[in-house]
Design a protein around this ligand. Structure first.
Ligand SMILES: [Ca+2]
Length: 112
């Protein structure tokens, strides 16, 4: 993720996912990422570990908030700010096609 606003003002991004679909982003573990300072055109890259409590086939709302500030505590999922941008995305929970797991363990007898 990167900002198209290349000015040198301090900016911080947070990513929220409403995992339990209750319309809020304030439940446990729903703040999934917080950037460092993204002054200029700095990029923010990371991985999100989705909890196993989500259901395959469900849609979840993800919100990205990028705000001009140097204090991460200023950035919230809801509220007002002087300068920044908030975008919402709809996530579909799927089973990855390349998911690898053990399906059975068979005793093949002794090897010779
Ligand atoms: Ca929630």
């Amino acid at each position: 993720m990167s900002s198209s606003d290349a000015n040198n003002n301090n900016k911080i991004a947070k990513i929220f996912i409403d995992y339990n679909n209750n319309g809020t982003f304030t439940d446990d573990n729903e703040l999934v990422a917080t950037s460092g300072n993204l002054a200029n055109a700095a990029a923010f890259t990371g991985n999100i570990a989705v909890p196993n409590t989500v259901s395959i086939g469900n849609y979840l709302r993800m919100r990205i908030v990028l705000q001009e500030t140097s204090n991460a505590a200023d950035v919230n999922a809801c509220g007002t700010y002087a300068k920044g941008e908030t975008q919402d995305y709809r996530l579909l929970v799927i089973n990855p096609s390349n998911d690898v797991s053990v399906t059975s363990i068979t005793n093949t007898g002794s090897l010779e």
